[in-house]
Design a binder for this molecule. Structure first.
Ligand code: SF4
Ligand code: SF4
Ligand SMILES: [Zn+2]
Length: 274
């Protein structure tokens, strides 16, 4: 397997992965979405709510605020040695909110949630939670826990995780008369004309839509669109809960564990037969 990092920043990573097949890359994608844990508010104790929103709606909104996650310091509740429904310091983080509108209407934002652990805080300060009118008050205690996207979307560490085939574009210099029809029709500006020739200026942007080949007046078309065998462009967009490269390394670890478990199950079944 060969991996090339095409782009990377705090929230996104784009890789070119060669030497793998669709089942493998799709398994990684699904695990990144559904199995890699992250923190989210799971329970809320409402102490005072004189706003116009019901407790349940506020609790739902709080659950959907992405929280920065520290996977090395916290356990999944089901794997925590405390075995307690209430949780302990190793599987639960408490956040509090105590806000009031003294004058006029005001919007309460995520930066007003106070966490007992400064590493587990909302990924953005600017997420609106509720609007309070004059003299309305909201006081609550919220408990965040690690969880998995397969149980609730609030525990998805990625807002997007996709892959696509690595495109391959071939232009026949014999048949192409540089009429530019393919350049004009391409919705992703993949092609350009330079020195009276059609050139590829941004191959990664190609969506394999075939519009250029269909627009080509030559018969057969002078441009051929296909994709490389076993090469994929893999994109991860993190919610901010975890760095995108950590999402990927956790996904690989989980896939490895699942395969080992699968292997040991087969051995058990075989030995039961014999
Ligand atoms: S296949 Fe579609 S996106 Fe790719 S070069 Fe042709 S028109 Fe552009
Ligand atoms: S449409 Fe066909 S002939 Fe015209 S420039 Fe593109 S590849 Fe060449
Ligand atoms: Zn615990």
């Amino acid at each position: 397997m060969e991996i090339e990092v095409l782009e990377k920043d705090d929230k996104n990573i784009r890789l070119l992965i060669r030497g793998v097949n669709v089942p493998f890359i799709n398994a990684l994608r699904r695990i990144a979405i559904a199995e890699v844990p992250c923190m989210a508010i799971d329970e809320v104790v409402m102490i005072e709510n004189s706003s116009i929103l019901q407790d349940e709606i506020i609790a739902h909104r709080l659950g959907l605020i992405p929280l920065k996650t520290d996977l090395d310091s916290y356990n999944l509740p089901e794997k925590c040695p405390c075995k307690s429904e209430l949780g302990c310091n190793l599987c639960r983080v408490t956040l509090t909110l105590d806000v009031e509108s003294k004058e006029g209407t005001r919007t309460v934002h995520s930066d007003e949630l106070k966490s007992e652990n400064l590493d587990i805080v909302p990924v953005s300060d600017k997420i609106p939670i509720i609007k309070l009118a004059k003299e309305q008050r909201l006081r609550l205690e919220a408990y965040a826990r690690l969880g998995k996207g397969k149980n609730h979307a609030k525990w998805q560490p990625v807002s997007m995780c996709t892959y696509k085939y690595m495109p391959k574009i071939e232009i026949s210099s014999k048949n192409c008369d540089a009429c530019e029809k393919c350049v004009e029709i391409c919705p992703r500006k993949v092609l350009t004309k330079a020195e009276n020739k059609i050139k590829i200026q941004d191959l990664m942007e190609c969506t394999l839509c075939q519009d250029c080949a269909e627009a080509c007046p030559q018969s057969p078309p002078a441009i051929e669109i296909s994709h490389e065998e076993n090469a994929f462009i893999f994109n991860i967009e993190s919610t901010g809960a975890l760095p995108p490269e950590r999402v990927l390394s956790e996904a690989v670890k989980i896939l490895d564990e699942q395969l080992k478990e699968f292997g040991s199950e087969i051995k058990v079944k075989k030995s039961e037969k014999s």
